[in-house]
Design a protein. Structure first.
Length: 233
């Protein structure tokens, strides 16, 4: 395995463990044993150890003498505070982007919104028919959602802002929020409408409306995740 492959494996392991913690599947105080994780993922202990170190650096786990890695997990306060900051940052990005999106970027945004809406409508329809689909981070929803937010952030043209948003996303990835959202048809429909309001504000080249719509969207996502952590607690 090349060094690049090794780093990729470590990142995937860390992301998977992080997702389980943030979704409530792995609760705070749980001891993460390297041997068990290595067996579960079918890898050696080395990438598992590196993944746990990565999670320790982010504050998600702590390594205690003779106990190994123990899940710290985010508190409900941690989540609400982080999403309040993220809402302001992404709202600012939407405000800066609204007057400056080029036609090609606006077309990308419209297409991402269309795919986002279509994928959610398909999921809701399947659910009404009694079918449940497993959605991964490679789903159409995830791709469309990432493109939608990325186009806006890039159009904002502020590198420091992008770095700050990326740091928060590393701690609380969007697919974790999706895991919580996907359990409720009502929440899914709300999320689609929020994207629609953001797009409409940007199409109108209205910076203030774009900021308000994006900030509300991010705050709503954070509240969904916070309530899920409260439920598991």
């Amino acid at each position: 395995m090349t060094t690049t492959d090794q780093h990729g494996l470590v990142d995937r392991l860390a992301a998977t463990i992080q997702s389980r913690v943030l979704s409530g599947e792995i609760t705070s105080g749980t001891r993460l044993r390297q041997e068990s994780l290595a067996t579960e993922f079918g890898v050696s202990r080395t990438p598992v150890r590196e993944a746990l170190r990565q999670l320790q650096a982010s504050g998600l786990v702590t390594v205690e003498p003779n106990r190994g890695a123990v899940v710290r997990g985010p508190s409900v306060r941690d989540i609400r505070e982080a999403y309040a900051v993220r809402a302001e940052l992404e709202g600012l990005a939407a405000e800066l982007a609204a007057p400056h999106l080029e036609d090609a970027q606006l077309d990308q945004l419209r297409e991402a919104e269309r795919l986002f809406r279509h994928s959610v409508e398909e999921l809701i329809e399947d659910r009404r028919r009694g079918l449940e689909r497993h959605w991964s981070t490679e789903s159409e929803w995830e791709r469309a959602n990432n493109i939608f937010h990325r186009v806006i952030q890039e159009a904002a043209g502020n590198r420091q802002l992008l770095r700050s948003i990326a740091d928060l996303h590393q701690r609380f990835p969007r697919h974790v929020t999706w895991s919580a959202l996907s359990r409720s048809t009502h929440l899914l429909e709300d999320n689609v409408e929020q994207h629609g309001r953001i797009l409409a504000a940007i199409e109108a080249r209205d910076p203030a409306a774009a900021r308000t719509a994006m900030s509300a969207h991010v705050r709503a996502a954070g509240e969904v995740l916070a309530r899920r952590i409260e439920h598991h607690a």
